[in-house]
Design a protein around this ligand. Sequence first.
Ligand SMILES: Cc1ncc(COP(=O)(O)O)c(C=O)c1O
Length: 386
Amino acid sequence: MNAVHTPALQSRLPRVGTTIFTVMSALAQQQGAVNLGQGFPDFDCDPALLDEVDRALRAGHNQYPPMAGVPALRQAVSAKIQALYGRHYDAEREITITAGATQAILTAVLCCVHPGDEVIVLEPCYDSYAPNIELAGGVVVRVPLQPGSFRPDFTRLAAALTPRTRALIVNSPHNPSATVWTAAEMQQLAEVLAGTEVLLIADEVYEHMVYDGLPHISASSIPSLAARSFVISSFGKTFHVTGWKVGTVAAPAALMAEFRKVHQFNVFTVNTPMQYALASYLANPAPYRELPAFYQRKRDHFRQGLAETRLRVLPSEGTYFQPVDYSAVSSLPEAAFCEWLTREVGVAAIPISAFYENGFEQGIARLCFAKRDETLDEALRRLKKI
Ligand SMILES: Cc1ncc(COP(=O)(O)O)c(C=O)c1O
């Protein structure tokens, strides 16, 4: 028999379906809603950055770059980390350019997690962490952040550590709660991990979005954490170019050597002209140094407007997200509330429950304020009606 036949496969990720981000964005588009759901800017990046891309393209930087990334970009990243966080990473051996933070996190997990190893995530957490661990054959161990405040619970974290714990994934500034870990909390993390063989995957993609004069305490700034960490960032977030998918990883040479083994046979390398453009653009620190003020103004404008609605505005210490408690408006579960808000009010939001494995309900939705003032104002106009 010569019938056309697609062989059946057994899914490596049987529980993964369409993500809430895709569902809400599609619904937002269908309903003509203001999309404050998915986290990306609706404004363009600095034209000076586009000029750098144009220059790089026309200078002929269009073939494969070195596997670990364009040296000038790795040097610029190393200098930036040194200036901001005081740790020296050797650009040659300890910095790698990745296809966004997403690939960096997956590669970090794949290079260190063996089947049966436990990896701790702190819930609520970014949706790629658990599937990444499962792809590596690891066991996801979920430790909740404290309900209400979303602060880390070090007693529960310490209790979750076992001899099989291989890694811990931490994200500050935190998506979706918009909390930022304090220096004391980072120090406590260092103490909890002291004497263990646990590796830290520090997802710091929102490192430049921290408000009210708070510092971002990078894992790279605490020597005992830096020694066990893959520290990950994203140019997409920092420079308003989420579609470029260019990120960075910094790690001690011994860890980075393993990271690069997986990176080499995964993406191999990341698109060349963007790397040259970013290397030149990084020569000026103003764009990332001014980012907190840029977003803080938007955050404050948005919060002022929200104060005139029946939504209760929760703290937003960092990231470009604003969590709101809607319990005065509705007793619907979070996903149903966000769907209602999109359909009936015309504003798309993301339920915090989507960042928990068991859909923990707190009556909180996440709104993204990385939007033009007109977009925020239109969303506020609609939200004032509920
Ligand atoms: C916490 C967190 N980590 C990682 C990423 C992915 O970053 P990138 O777009 O650079 O892959 C995101 C994007 O939303 C995020 O919120």
